[in-house]
Ligand binder design. Structure first.
Ligand code: ADP
Ligand code: MG
Length: 448
């Protein structure tokens, strides 16, 4: 993408309405614009990040055996009357009427709808387990939408729902998602800690919130320090096997959100290993047994023809919130520092003299070579002085900057800058492409 033609409205000044760094940077780097309270339009740069997050979420859901569907945003009130939640949900639900005066709503979540789809489609215990997910916009009329996309009214969520024949099966489904979530967030460069959580209006008895630590987090959290650096990506996961040992490894160390905090248990941890901090909830998983399947009559025939009410769980990831969460976790005073797995572009070719044919020619050639290798990149061909380009580059946070100017080129060289470490190195222009091998899962694989 040529930056001179790209819709990337960056801001020099910090917008006054933004209280936290991710919100400021998302506005300044041209990722989003607010269109009304808590509702955002995604501009090209922000949309690329959102799509990258979606891709990782989707890959991990698929790997764990969940199947993608897409349910509508608009639901009928009758559906929610069946579960008894229509009145209980309260003012967070946006209720609307169609032209025939039928009561509708903009979905805040999809337990009811998926239960009906399941009930109509699955009749026998032989078809279980099932795990269905979608990535869809939700609307919750939050009292205080704030912090940009972190607490919006309209937001993108991955939500899925598991159906099992018994409690043991439901625990297996829960464990699969627990591990899939550990992997999902780790691939985004995040340290997300699963913490015992309150089940709230969704109901049920087993629930974990996945929390990333940040000073600007909305909730107080308490955990054992050992959880912060635990690694999941280094292991091979077989979702067909029993994942309880992995789940136990994470849950045997103390971690709880404010509502579930047990002061005595926390104080049993040696003082130097206690961590009391603030956190951002990026995911939340629940096992809620038959809370919806019972009133909504989601039953299957068991081996002896008997009717069995299915055991359910639901699992959410705040896809749009993650864009802000990742920035909270990865930025410096100059701007965003994107982890490579979610970066809108992985490389930016910074053309220091666009009006010089030699420099332009070299940049275009580099661009074409890298693009042919599947590397997403930007070419900063704007007619601006170098200082302004460098500042913009650091603000938008592209992981690698290739700086191309007449002086270097005279010696056949370009400069490669790593946004995260700030390390710059000069290298021969014809060796640059080799530095960017194939991109796989969460790292560059160098080419043979
Ligand atoms: N208002 C919101 N804006 C952005 N993301 C949200 C919002 N509410 C919830 N999410 C995201 O969706 C995930 C699942 O939501 P859920 O746990 O059902 O909501 P809540 O924690 O508000 O009860 C949360 O972990 C969070 O990441
Ligand atoms: Mg939650």
């Amino acid at each position: 993408m040529r930056m001179s033609q790209y819709f990337l409205p960056t801001l020099k000044e910090n917008p006054a309405e933004a209280q936290i760094v991710s919100h400021r940077l998302m506005l300044r780097a041209g990722l989003v614009r607010q269109t009304s309270a808590g509702i955002y339009a995604w501009l090209p740069f922000g949309l690329r990040v959102l799509k990258n997050i979606e891709r990782i979420v989707r890959e991990e859901q698929d790997a764990a055996g969940a199947q993608e569907v897409l349910m509508p945003t608009i639901q009928s009130a009758d559906l929610w009357r069946e579960s008894g939640r229509y009145d209980a949900y309260g003012p967070e639900m946006l209720r609307i009427k169609d032209r025939h005066d039928r009561e509708m709503l903009y979905g805040p979540t999809n337990e009811e709808m998926i239960t009906v789809l399941f009930r109509d489609g699955v009749k026998s215990y032989r078809d279980l387990p099932k795990n269905l997910y979608h990535i869809q916009w939700k609307f919750r009329d939050e009292v205080r939408p704030r912090f940009g996309v972190m607490r919006g009214r309209e937001f993108l969520m991955k939500d899925n729902y598991s159906f099992d024949i018994d409690r043991a099966g439901a625990i297996r489904s829960y464990n699969n998602m627990f591990v899939a979530y550990l992997r999902t967030f780790a691939r985004m460069g995040l340290k997300a800690i699963p913490m015992r959580a309150d089940t709230g209006p969704i109901g049920g008895d087993l629930s974990h919130e996945f929390i990333i630590l940040a000073e600007t987090g909305e909730s107080a959290v308490f955990c054992h320090k050992g959880l912060v650096d635990k690694d999941i990506l280094g292991r091979a996961i077989d979702y067909a096997s029993d994942l309880q040992p992995i789940v136990n490894e994470w849950t045997s160390l103390y971690a709880a959100t404010d509502e579930m905090h047990d002061k005595d248990a926390f104080e049993k941890i040696p003082e130097g290993e206690r961590l009391a901090a603030r956190g951002i909830e990026v995911g939340h998983i629940f096992n809620f047994g038959t809370k919806y399947s019972k009133p909504m009559n989601a039953v299957v025939a068991g081996p002896g023809g008997e009717q069995i009410t299915v055991e359910m769980g639901s699992y959410g990831i705040g896809v749009s919130r993650l864009v802000g969460g990742i920035i909270e976790a990865s930025h410096d005073s100059a701007g965003i520092v994107w982890p490579e797995s979610v970066a809108p572009f992985r490389v930016a070719v910074v053309n220091l003299k666009p009006d010089d044919n030699v420099v332009m020619g070299a940049c275009v050639k580099l661009y074409d070579t890298l693009q042919a290798k599947g590397v997403d990149l930007l070419h900063d061909d704007r007619d601006l002085r170098p200082g302004a380009k460098f500042a913009d580059m650091d603000l938008i946070g592209t992981p690698w900057q290739v700086i191309v100017g007449p002086k270097g080129l005279a010696g056949g060289k370009v400069e490669l800058k790593n946004r995260k470490t700030g390390v710059r190195e000069e290298l021969p222009i014809d060796q640059l492409a080799q530095r960017f091998g194939r991109w796989s899962a969460s790292c560059w694989v160098s080419e043979p």
